[in-house]
Design a protein around this ligand. Sequence first.
Ligand code: 5GP
Ligand code: ZN
Length: 115
Amino acid sequence: MSHDPNCLFCKIAAGQIPAAKVYEDDELLAFKDIHPAAPVHLLVIPKAHIASLADADASHAPLLGRMLALAPKLALEQGASNGFRVVINTGHDGGQEIHHLHLHVMGGPRPWKHG
Ligand code: 5GP
Ligand code: ZN
């Protein structure tokens, strides 16, 4: 499995940096975003280093599918029972700051939208 020793999320996947993990299996890890932008804000990552969605190809389709399929399960478990957003920032113009593929899952009540 590819690992970039300078990559923050590779270090989290390897257990070298702590994170509030909510899910783990052989291929994937999910943990709470350290600066949550919503009441529920999770990051789902592959343990293998893939720099961004732009570096994924058809061979990654099963992995990408598993990441996406995990999102609703974790959103519900973490209390986002009334909906959530899934975002994959990609590349410089996509606002990606950590260059290890990750899927944001953001949910929970949005009182500023619903009054
Ligand atoms: P991006 O802008 O690359 O799509 O999102 C990176 C996300 O990683 C940001 O929402 C940021 O708050 C989160 N993040 C950055 N460093 C850490 C960290 O050390 N631990 C955790 N749990 N989240 C982090
Ligand atoms: Zn990495």
